[in-house]
Design a protein. Structure first.
Length: 150
């Protein structure tokens, strides 16, 4: 397995685990809400029910965002080879490995390699898009020199 495939699979697994966790949490909240509805006996239970509904809404929103991330991530074609940075590029810079894909997350692979995923819409992502090897981008007075594009 190539480094890029390893990175891609690692992030895909993180997204899948997040979706699974949020789905379980949402189901548990719905079950708790159902049980709370059966026991409505005054203000205390109505407050508990309202709190459960707020938690359900928050968890539902997080699940929706995670599913959208999963959809965007699934559209990345890691087999594409280019001489310039595009979405889905794994980029080695003088400051480490960057994976232009989804919202920021940092992982450490089994071999000890650290990779930071960032969105192409992020300030650094915008600067990197379209750059070639030896080109540089600067964000917050920090220079990132492109050394390799995978």
């Amino acid at each position: 397995m190539t480094l890029k495939e390893n990175v891609y699979n690692h992030y895909r697994q993180l997204i899948d685990e997040k979706i699974s966790l949020l789905s379980r949490t949402l189901n548990e909240l719905k079950e708790s809400s159902s049980n709370e509805t059966k026991n409505t006996a005054g203000d205390k239970h109505e407050t508990a029910l309202a709190m459960l509904q707020i938690e359900q809404e928050n968890t539902g929103r997080q699940l929706k965002e995670a599913l959208e991330q999963q959809l965007l991530f699934s559209k990345i074609d890691i087999t594409v080879k280019t001489t310039y940075i595009i979405q889905g590029s794994l980029v080695k810079t003088n400051r480490g490995w960057l994976f232009l894909s989804i919202a920021p997350a940092k992982i450490k692979l089994d071999d000890g390699t650290t990779v930071i995923a960032l969105s192409p819409q992020s300030p650094l992502g915008k600067q990197l898009m379209g750059l070639k090897i030896k080109d540089a981008a600067e964000v917050n007075n920090i220079s990132y020199v492109v050394e390799e594009i995978v």
